[in-house]
Each structure stands twice: as C-alpha cells, then as structure tokens.
Design a protein around this ligand. Structure first.
Ligand code: HEM
Length: 140
C-alpha cells in the first residue's frame, strides 16, 4: 500500500515533468524557423512524449493498485475521488492532444500561435493544484 503510494507519486512527478515541459517546447517550436532548431525540437518532443506516456501509464497502474488495496472498489468511491477521476479524464484528453501536436509539429503543420500555446501550457498546472488538494484534503 505504502509502496504503491510512493511509486504512484514518483511516476506522477515523471508524468507532470512532461506535461509541463512539452507544451513549453511547442511554444519555442512555434517561434522557430531555422531548420536546425525545427529538427531538434521534433526529436525532443517525440522523446519527451514517450517518457511522459510511460509516467502516465505507471501513475495509472499504481493508482489502480491503491484503489484496490485501499478497498475503494468494495467500500465505495468517495466524492473527492469521483471528482479526481473526472479531472484525470480531462488530463488524459490533454495528454492525447499533446501527442497529436507532436505529430502536427513533426509534419510542419502547426497553425497555433505561440501566444495560444502559452495559455495551453497552463492547463496541467491548474489540474495539478486541484488534484493534489483533492487527494490530500479529501473534502467529503
Ligand atoms: C492516473 C490515475 C490515478 C488513479 C487511479 C489514482 C488513484 C489514487 C488513489 C486510489 C489514491 C489513494 C488514496 C488513499 O490513500 O486512500 C491516490 C493517492 C494520491 N494521488 Fe492519485 N490517482 C491517479 C492519478 C493521480 C495524479 C495525476 C495525481 C497528481 C496530480 C495524483 C495525486 C495523488 C496524491 C498526492 C495521492 C496521495 C494522497 C495522500 O495519501 O495524502 N494521483 N491516488
């Protein structure tokens, strides 16, 4: 149980490192025009997306381990956890969309401005704050 929680948090940090930095790379990528930078950003984005996807999968695996070992399945899911699941679904969609953007940038097809991407970059920070507050304070 405690091992699951430690590993859940370790992989959550890995996941969020990517969720914070990949959209930042999109901002710099959208501002670049020289071929060397474009090629370098494509490699960085692809590799970071792979690492953050591994982080997401293991966060999910150990989160599910916690869900089972803490008896939530049999005792019932509390409200804070239900809200957390809704936010996680939104975060999953954001993650998927980051993957789409990696493909779009790879094809040199990006139409988003760096201004828009700066706002896009703020979403994971809001999710992190709300999810951690929910998981730690557990309002019923
Ligand atoms: C990916 C799917 C996820 C699932 C299925 C999941 C599920 C869980 C469960 C069941 C617990 C244990 C609650 C308890 O000890 O009774 C937990 C703890 C925790 N989760 Fe998640 N979680 C997920 C993702 C996340 C994410 C993305 C974050 C952060 C943004 C997060 C932050 C935390 C924190 C901080 C705790 C520890 C709370 C504490 O014991 O004080 N989880 N999670």
């Amino acid at each position: 149980m405690l091992w699951f929680k430690a590993l859940h948090l370790i992989f959550m940090v890995t996941w969020f490192a990517g969720l914070f930095y990949l959209p930042r790379l999109f901002v710099y990528h959208a501002m670049s025009s020289d071929q060397t930078s474009l090629d370098r950003f494509k490699i960085m984005e692809r590799k970071l997306f792979i690492i953050m996807t591994i982080g997401a999968v293991f966060t999910l695996i150990f989160g599910t381990g916690l869900l089972i070992s803490a008896n939530y399945i049999t005792a019932g899911i509390p409200l804070w956890l239900k809200i957390k699941f809704v936010l996680l679904a939104m975060l999953g969609i954001y993650h998927w969309h980051c993957g789409k953007l990696v493909g779009i940038f790879k094809q040199d097809n990006n139409k988003y401005s760096h201004g828009f991407l700066r706002w896009y970059n703020e979403f994971p920070a809001m999710m992190l704050i709300v999810i951690v507050l929910l998981a730690v304070l557990r309002p019923s």
